[in-house]
Design a protein. Sequence first.
Length: 307
Amino acid sequence: MRMRAQVLHAYGAPDSFTLEDLEALEPGPGEIRVRVASTGVNPLDVKIRSGQLAETMPMTFPLVLGSDIAGEVDRVGTGVDTFVPGDRVVGLATAGGYAEYAVLAADQTCRVPDTLALTNAATIPTAASTSRRLVGFIGPQDGETVVVNGAAGSVGSALVQALVDGGTHVVGIAGPGNHDYLRQLGARPTSYGRGVLGRVRRLACAGVDAVIDVAGHGFAETALELRGTTDRVVTIADFAAARHGVTVTTGTDEDRRAGAFEPQVIAAAQGRFRTEIAAKFPLEDLPAAHRLSAASHVRGKIVVGTP
């Protein structure tokens, strides 16, 4: 069976993607094949495509990126008894989502309730699993104050909701246009840029107990000033922050297991977890989606979809 896919043959600009006709992969043992409805565009995809991570995460080309994949099961591999063709699912792969069909490990996939659109489901896996890892790292206690830099993006939004639900006070740093959104999630918002240190301190009058950076852009020094120590300061977006003593955390195989994001999929279907779609593009317009992701702090997640 043939399919269309956006293929990367070398690091480069967004227009480096080429829409090609390929043979669809067959699911192996323990795998399923999904007819893709929507795939989330993660900042990591943008960094990989541009070559920013060429030394730390070298890629083999040709490559089809895209890891947050939602769609309907098309075929199941041997040993899979948890899914059948036609099931609505979302999963977290290492790559392959920028295509009409993708293969997922069955244990990295969960069902999507009928009350949740597949487009919204595609915004959840990376955001939820990363949020889970970060919350586990800082170990917030009831009543503590945590600063989140990049609070309105997909990971930031999931993180704010998890922290607030756990009884933590959250100061969220985001663009002014997202401040009302952060208030709705339960955070106290402030803006990026000059004077952010003083603004955060005024909002966190009892002190800052932890800082989580999901946006990067040289926030490490400010984070350390807010804490006065490297303890409970963590980033997923600034690899250079390690030289300041900040912990840099990356995903693990465990983060891709369905259990790391299925609770949020269920909660979203029940209206208890908010998903936000920043923009939606057809598969053929993937370069435009990458340009938007690279150019701005979007609210929620950009997704690409197939008819």
